[in-house]
Design a protein around this ligand. Structure first.
Ligand code: NI
Length: 179
């Protein structure tokens, strides 16, 4: 597995629409492995293939496990791999503050649906569906946008709702912090 270089927003590659995956083979597995490696290296919640320069319809998302004060796990680690995702249903609307590994140093306020039904294929090509709410729903919408060549910068509620992250707080990375 390899940590790949992240493509940043001035690169026109991020403005292109990614292509449907047709071959579910070891190259796809390797791509996804590298994406997880890269996601972990940058402490993100989600990553889309175009962000490492691969214009294929693949994204991953990961919500870390949560623990209470005694150290007991209160929510398990959640990992998702979507190949050829389609958002089938969106409901609700909420203003959220997001960041993106491809827009380092900034965060901005966007509107997102609070519930999505999303369908996709797994690494083996088998179709599946997920109903996601809140943070997970927002990560999915953000990553799906990358496959369409859309950045959260395009969805700011207003141009003045883009903020520089103060130095020392850069750990708040790719996608969505509910506040
Ligand atoms: Ni992003």
């Amino acid at each position: 597995m390899t940590v790949r270089e992240i493509v940043t927003s001035e690169n026109p590659l991020l403005r292109r629409r990614s292509k449907k995956v047709r071959q579910f083979d070891e190259n796809l597995q390797e791509l996804v492995d590298d994406m997880f490696e890269t996601l972990h290296a940058y402490h993100g919640l989600g990553l889309a293939a175009p962000q490492i320069g691969v214009l294929q319809r693949v994204f991953i998302a990961e919500l870390p496990a949560e623990y209470d004060e005694a150290g007991n796990e209160t929510a398990p680690l959640e990992q998702y791999v979507f190949i050829n995702p389609e958002i089938r249903r969106m409901r609700g609307e909420e203003e959220m503050e997001e960041g993106c590994l491809s827009v380092p140093g900034y965060r901005g306020v966007v509107k997102r649906a609070t519930l999505v039904h999303i369908k996709g294929q797994g690494l083996n090509g088998r179709p599946f569906r997920v109903r996601a709410t809140d943070l997970l729903a927002e990560v999915f919408q953000h990553e799906f946008d990358h496959l369409e060549g859309i950045l959260y910068l395009d969805r700011l509620v207003s141009p003045d709702k883009l903020f520089l992250i103060p130095v020392g707080q850069e750990e708040a990375n790719e996608t969505v912090m509910a506040d």
